[in-house]
Design a protein. Structure first.
Length: 314
């Protein structure tokens, strides 16, 4: 596989100002004994999201039972779930003025339900203290357990998210322990839940060696299982021992991919070099919901260049 020049191009050199407010947010989260995927996964959008009143909390510990080739989250044997985690997240959100939170987790194959019950407890605890807060879940595959998915679709959440991450042919290298068909089943089960109120969302990284034809097939699959929203972003190698970047896509290519995904039947697509599944999540959910109300039967053909992030020519 061809490996990209390790030097990032100009459009991937993002201004990341660490303001006093961002530093205080980081300290507040640390004092609460909480974790964020923003920090654990070394997200380039941390400062922007912390400053905008959004946060992505990582529950069920910092150690993952899987060891995916793309991810900076550490692999190991995790601790038992913390029953007070939801209450601490609610307090942190209240003190920090966080109005919309994404709640995600490490993969917990060691738990009988994959951690679904803990997700439910966290959501209920947060909503009890902050009933007006917006909550979005970004979940693992729960080994395809339908009961786990149904449990979460019955919660008062705005978005149910599960990322396919990459095309099927790259799963053995990029998503060890996961299965492409299983992830599609998770999304299909969520989208088909008769009582669902939440939008169903997935995300994919590019620059791992995927072909345009493989992406077209992936978009067809996601549209076929009923996904409402899709994020497309550039893969950035988080550590030397992780899968290398095959190619850095040009910014205009993200526009082309968004148009392609929409043309295959995905209603709302948010595409750009710095786009991540939880990047400006409140904004993307609000716009997707507005588009759904305007054209409930017709897939949208618009994508959001505004979610590309801010670049620097330094």
């Amino acid at each position: 596989m061809q490996v990209a020049d390790r030097r990032r191009p100009l459009w991937l050199r993002k201004n990341k100002p660490i303001t006093p407010d961002v530093l205080e947010q980081k300290r507040r989260i640390a004092r609460s004994g909480l974790h964020t995927v923003c920090e654990s996964a070394r997200c380039p959008n941390l400062s922007e999201c912390f400053s905008s009143g959004n946060a992505t909390f990582l529950i069920l510990g910092e150690l993952c039972t899987r060891d995916c080739g793309f991810c900076a989250v550490r692999h190991g044997t995790p601790s038992p779930p913390d029953a007070e985690e939801g209450a601490r997240i609610a307090e942190c959100m209240r003190s920090a003025g966080v109005r919309y939170a994404v709640i995600t987790s490490v993969t917990r194959d060691d738990l009988e339900d994959g951690g679904a019950g803990h997700f439910a407890r966290v959501v209920r605890d947060v909503k009890r203290e902050l009933p007006e807060a917006g909550l979005e879940l970004l979940v693992p595959d729960f080994m395809g357990d339908h009961a786990a998915i149904d449990l979460l679709m019955g919660l008062p959440i705005e978005v149910f998210g599960h990322n396919v991450e990459t095309v099927e042919s790259l799963y053995s290298k990029v998503r060890r322990g996961a299965e492409y068909a299983r992830s599609l089943t998770v999304l299909q089960r969520a989208a088909g839940n008769p009582h669902r109120q939440a939008l169903v969302k997935s995300g994919v990284m590019v620059g791992l060696g995927e072909t345009r034809e493989a992406l077209r097939s992936l978009f067809d699959d996601l549209a076929g299982v009923g996904v409402d929203m899709l994020t497309i972003g550039q893969y950035l190698q988080p550590e030397k021992q992780r899968v290398p970047v095959s190619r850095y896509l040009q910014p205009d290519e993200f526009d082309e991919l968004a148009e392609l995904a929409c043309s295959r039947g995905i209603p709302e697509v948010f595409s750009g070099p710095f786009v991540r599944s939880s990047y400006l999540a409140e904004v993307s959910a609000r716009r997707a919901r507005a588009a759904e109300r305007k054209n409930p039967e017709i897939p949208g053909k618009m994508f959001d260049k505004g979610l590309r992030g801010k670049y620097t020519s330094d």
